[in-house]
Design a protein around this ligand. Structure first.
Ligand code: SF4
Length: 464
């Protein structure tokens, strides 16, 4: 709620991300391969031609309401790109029609990025609309990683919290920075103030950062009001106010001169933290920490040393760097819970990156203890980058960006943020929450597939 002045009445300002279509520039594969047995189709058409009194439009378009058979040659040359896989044609004419996933579609992505995930991101970025799957969900209800976490939506009937179009405002703002733990009236506080972002998502350092992609990310960050993390500060002054530089020895002097509001550094370099916090007293200093077995202890140590935030990262498949890799959700939860136990959690902001590839991963990562998330390969997928192989390792990715128009790229990324923001609000409303900050670490409002299986089946021998 914003109070304009003493004379004006207060009014609500609802945060919105304006989306608009940004169609694919590079052709994407058809999702479904539609084919008909031609002799049987011809026989059926002759029969229907009489039944529908030679009405060509009706005869050639039935039974697909999506217009797959509406081309010049009807079912003999179906317009496959229009097929949504509703299977109506197969149900009505099983002896004629076959619909299956196309081979090109099945080749999308890598072992982590499923074709469906790639398609979802491409379409969210293109349309700015929440994907609607009207056929009912036919897949599994549990799985690995984020698929093994369910959110408690028992508050879904609350009338005032009805999602994107609800009357009650649901805040998705989060703060980055260290919060004061006490008030000292005797001295002026020198610590940097926190920075608010309207959505709990930032752009993480990208594996392939060509200039047009850099421009698109900067434009989108400015429009949405979020930040982007980058190793490279040499691409000009544009969008500097939205940039979170990762500082190393080469870029230290430039960073000190430019005085960004937020900086990141490699957590192994404690000397860099001292230099940054001494020279930039009004900047928020965040340690980048790879998730490993010992990260929880390390996070407590860094919090005690005075860092303002921890950027915890896994690889691009969401697996941490432990000897026996775990999913980022487990590693972040461990760090969060130890910080809570040690009374340090409110002193640092946690950003989680790696494997955040779908809208529902954002609230799930926050439930596990993150304040906000960073997205990486998802950005390049939205910009129609090409998978050339496994893209797991942060140093040897196989995701090649294409030549893009920065304005088009920025709109696709704004669309992605808009759609993810809407889906976050839907989840918060269904959970009866008015503020995403309340979701942080609220494990009690989630169910873990692995834990439920353990509780349900512990001690029961499996038949072999
Ligand atoms: S599956 Fe549905 S959308 Fe696809 S061709 Fe058949 S009727 Fe049309």
């Amino acid at each position: 709620m914003v109070l304009d002045s003493e004379t004006k009445p207060s009014k609500y300002e609802r945060f919105r991300i304006e989306t608009e279509p940004a169609p694919h520039v590079f052709q994407i594969p058809n999702r479904f391969d539609v084919s008909a047995r031609k002799v049987r189709l011809a026989a059926m058409l002759v029969h229907e031609a009489f039944e529908f009194k030679l009405n060509k439009e009706v005869v050639l378009s039935r039974p697909c309401i999506y217009g797959v058979f509406g081309g010049h040659f009807g079912g003999f040359k179906p317009l496959k790109h229009k097929c949504v896989g509703c299977m109506r044609c197969v149900q009505e004419y099983p002896h004629i029609m076959t619909v299956k996933q196309s081979d090109e579609y099945k080749r999308l992505g890598d072992s982590f990025w499923t074709p469906e995930a790639v398609f979802t991101i491409l379409n969210e970025a293109s349309t700015g609309k929440i994907p609607v799957k009207g056929m009912g969900y036919k897949g599994a209800f549990g799985g690995e990683g984020f698929d093994g976490i369910w959110t408690d939506m028992s508050e879904i009937v609350r009338p005032t919290r009805d999602g994107v179009y609800g009357r009650e405002y649901i805040s998705t703002c989060v703060d980055i920075g260290r919060k004061p733990t006490s008030v000292d009236f005797g001295r002026i506080d020198q610590s940097p103030s926190t920075v608010e972002v309207p959505v709990p998502i930032i752009f993480d350092d990208l594996p392939a950062f060509d200039f047009d992609v850099w421009n698109a990310v900067g434009k989108a960050a400015r429009k949405v009001g979020t930040f982007f993390v980058t190793h490279d500060q040499t691409r000009g002054e544009d969008y500097r106010e939205r940039m979170i530089p990762i500082v190393d020895d080469n870029s230290l002097d430039e960073t000190l001169e430019k005085r960004p509001s937020i900086v990141e550094y490699d957590s192994e370099r404690s000397d860099l933290f001292e230099k940054l916090s001494d020279s930039l007293p009004s900047s928020i200093v965040i340690a980048r920490v790879p998730l490993r077995e010992d990260t929880a202890d390390r996070a407590c140590k860094l919090a005690r040393e005075g860092v303002h935030g921890l950027h915890l990262y896994a690889d691009y498949h969401g697996q941490d760097y432990s000897g026996d890799p775990r999913h980022i959700s487990e590693s972040v939860k461990e760090v969060h819970q130890l910080l809570v136990k040690e009374g340090l959690r409110d002193q640092v902001t946690i950003i989680a990156s790696g494997g955040i590839t779908l809208a529902e991963h954002v609230p799930k990562a926050i439930i596990c203890g993150a304040d906000l998330v960073g997205i990486d390969t998802t950005v390049l997928v939205a910009l129609q980058a090409e998978f050339l192989g496994e893209t797991r390792d942060r140093n040897s990715y196989k995701l090649r960006p294409r030549k893009i128009d920065p304005a088009w790229g920025a709109q696709r990324l704004v669309n992605l943020f808009g759609v993810w923001h809407d889906q976050l609000i839907e989840i918060l409303s269904a959970m009866g929450m008015r503020d995403v900050r309340r979701l942080r670490g609220d494990i009690g409002r989630s169910m873990m597939d692995a834990e439920l299986r353990e509780q349900s089946f512990k001690g029961i021998a499996w038949a072999t």
